[in-house]
Design a protein around this ligand. Structure first.
Ligand SMILES: NC(=O)c1ccc[n+]([C@@H]2O[C@H](COP(=O)([O-])OP(=O)(O)OC[C@H]3O[C@@H](n4cnc5c(N)ncnc54)[C@H](O)[C@@H]3O)[C@@H](O)[C@H]2O)c1
Ligand SMILES: [Zn+2]
Length: 363
């Protein structure tokens, strides 16, 4: 099987563009060594990913282990990582290699952007979610008490190595979480990616390497195109929040960490297409809703609040979900905004919905 390389060009504040390659396919982690050749490097990862995949880098570099998952995204870890960079005498020419899921990528990317006002970071995403979404686009962040991802920077990586073979060791829950973002990418990209996903959906539960690599490539192409036009999320990049207004409310009301993000996004998509259909924006309402439902089922994702409530044993009352959607990141009351689709690829940003439509889809 061959490797795909996608070039991303991301406008940065200075008016120039950061340009980097995303390498996708089984075995691409072996290419990191050549990328960092001649410079000092440090690998930031967690103990689990280290055991499973660090050897694939074949790097002679210090390996710094941090907490697994979301627990890494706080000031205590950021401080420890930065102090370690200094103790190991990293300098402006050094390279940070982030090996792990989106949490490792966000924390290590932020540390790289702060150390000496910015050193290179190579993203090596090992979850499906990080390969299709988090590792591309240059956003880094940690969490504050007031909310997720409230402190961060834009720091594009110098390269991304998305190794499909790393995805074989993900547990089923983490894998399904990535599929929620895959469905989002396909529906946003348009008819071509959506019908390709319909044809290939059955290959996902058995993790067919070729299909996974193609999925990551298609998702990265979409994100690269959007980020090139709107790096700072002033307009078009907001489309990547499709399904996310409902999903964030679900994660919040269930208690963060209970429902995996991408699983909540899957249900958020089902709710958003229903809301779009009820408010009359979708051209062929019932058929589009059915199509999305069939895709969710084929990807073995939850397609409704009812199945989510059963699987995760949480109540998710409609009035609490509505209250959560009405709070912005800083906890102020505001009118929730939705990304809605008329059809695959036909996106409407910044939509508000009548209260009765929201109540109906959450019932
Ligand atoms: N920067 C962005 O643009 C962006 C976009 C989307 C999401 N995110 C962030 O990404 C984070 C979520 O990332 P995530 O879903 O990748 O999960 P994660 O990084 O929080 O956790 C991943 C878990 O899976 C394990 N793991 C990782 N790779 C593995 C592998 N190959 N085999 C077995 N286990 C493996 C890890 O040890 C860890 O326990 C959130 O914090 C979110 O805010 C950032
Ligand atoms: Zn997401």
């Amino acid at each position: 099987m061959t490797t795909t390389t996608i070039e991303v060009s991301e406008p940065v504040a200075s008016g120039e563009s950061a340009r980097y390659d995303v390498h996708i396919g089984p075995g691409v982690l072996g290419g990191v060594r050549e990328h960092v050749a001649g410079r000092s490097a440090i690998v930031v990862t967690d103990s689990h990913v280290r055991k499973l995949h660090a050897a694939k880098l074949a790097l002679d570099a210090h390996v710094l282990e941090i907490e697994r998952g979301e627990a890494a995204k706080g000031f205590a870890t950021l401080e420890r990582v930065l102090e370690t960079f200094a103790q190991r005498s990293l300098d402006r020419s050094s390279v940070v290699v982030a090996l792990g899921g989106g949490s490792i990528g966000d924390l290590a990317g932020l540390a790289a952007s702060l150390y000496m006002r910015g050193i290179e970071c190579v993203q090596c995403p090992t979850t499906l979610l990080a390969q299709v979404d988090a590792s591309v686009g240059g956003k880094t962040a940690i969490n504050l008490r007031a909310g997720k991802n409230l402190a961060g920077t834009f720091h594009p990586p110098s390269a991304v190595f998305a190794d499909s073979s790393a995805l074989m060791t993900l547990d089923d829950e983490e894998f399904r979480s990535g599929l929620g973002e895959v469905l989002k990418s396909a529906l946003l990209a348009g008819e071509d990616f959506t019908s390709w996903l319909e044809l290939n959906a059955a290959a996902f539960p058995r993790r067919d390497a070729e299909v996974l690599a193609e999925t990551v490539a298609r998702s990265v192409r979409l994100k690269a195109a959007i980020v090139a036009r709107d790096p700072r999320e002033r307009g078009e990049r907001k489309a990547l929040n499709f399904g996310h207004t409902f999903a964030h409310a679900i994660e919040h009301v269930a208690g963060f960490g209970r429902v995996p993000h991408g699983v909540a996004v899957g249900v958020g998509i089902a709710l958003a297409v229903r809301a779009g259909a009820s408010s009359g924006i979708a051209a062929a309402h019932a058929a589009f809703v059915e199509r999305v439902d069939r895709l969710l089922a084929a990807l073995e994702l939850d397609g409704s609040l009812a199945t989510l409530r059963r699987r995760y044993g949480c109540e998710l009352p409609a009035r609490e979900l509505i209250a959560s959607m009405r709070l912005d990141k800083k906890g102020r009351a505001s009118e929730p905004r939705f990304v809605l689709l008329e059809a695959p690829g036909k996106v409407r940003l910044d939509q508000t919905l009548p209260a009765e439509v929201v109540e109906r889809v959450l019932a």
